[in-house]
Design a protein around this ligand. Sequence first.
Ligand SMILES: NC(=O)c1ccc[n+]([C@@H]2O[C@H](COP(=O)([O-])OP(=O)(O)OC[C@H]3O[C@@H](n4cnc5c(N)ncnc54)[C@H](O)[C@@H]3O)[C@@H](O)[C@H]2O)c1
Length: 305
Amino acid sequence: MSKYLVTGGAGFIGSHLVDELIKQGNEVVIIDNLSTGKKENLNSKAKFFNVDICSPVIKKIFKSEKFDYVFHLAAQIDVRVSVAKPEFDNKVNAMGSYNIFKNCGLNKVKKVVFISTGGALYGDCLKPAKERTLIQPISPYAIHKYTAERYLELCYDLYNLNYVVLRLANVFGPRQYSGGECGVIGLFTHNIANNKPSTLYGDGTKTRDFVYVLDVVGACLKAIAVKQRGVFNIGNGKEISILQIINAIKKVAGKKFVYKQEKDKVGEVQRSVLDSSKAKKILNWEPKVKLEQGLKNTIDWEMKK
Ligand SMILES: NC(=O)c1ccc[n+]([C@@H]2O[C@H](COP(=O)([O-])OP(=O)(O)OC[C@H]3O[C@@H](n4cnc5c(N)ncnc54)[C@H](O)[C@@H]3O)[C@@H](O)[C@H]2O)c1
């Protein structure tokens, strides 16, 4: 049994990760300021600190709790907020992340797994992006997530802090919709389950690489087990258009999909797809959940809410 910190553990991906770590018999601490995370996502067996990752209190928590491993997921995740308030995005995603990594280094944490974004970092992809593909951030969100990756590398140099960075594709699954802005599948499945119309930004030809949340949790666990330090893409490797997603959701829900069209949003890439062959080779990770099954689980969760 090890002691884990999960920042962002009240959020969509973080809460699934916490559940799995606890299921495996580990001790888990969550740091989350509940800005987008939800109290109902908190696993009752985890210790919870309602604290901002930018706060000086983080130092005290690290000193008293003594974590073996840290998963850092807490972030400002809305690209549009990052465009409107780049200073705020910088504070949370770059400096807040550095605050976590520095404290990991000072307190001799065995390894940090940082959840970064492949979807945003590589910009438009004409073919599946590899880890060595040129970084082309087109939003403050992407710039600051990449800055956090560089701070982590700096902490390796300064403190010999072991780490893995997972650059995720577009994640979907139960708990993604939390009332605010979230991924397209989260919004669309919420709307169709509740007989509400959706908004399609652009003409629907934009593409994304969708990966199911429990496959991401699987990758997180493999990242702890692996010996090699480094950066890994975590995606399905399939480029799927938003129109294809609409059709798949319609089919799985067995309902009409009502939507209106609006102009595209600023800071959004047109085509995004990741090559995860490095994760397959070194982490021994592959996505297992098919799109239709993942959509079914997500819609079922929406219906039960
Ligand atoms: N969902 C995706 O498709 C996707 C894709 C690539 C990367 N990611 C990354 O995965 C991570 C988790 O994202 P998610 O989709 O679960 O989003 P989420 O919004 O559900 O989770 C983020 C969590 O961080 C918490 N948080 C935000 N700011 C904080 C702060 N200053 N201090 C403490 N807690 C704070 C929120 O309350 C929330 O619980 C993020 O780092 C995000 O950048 C997500």
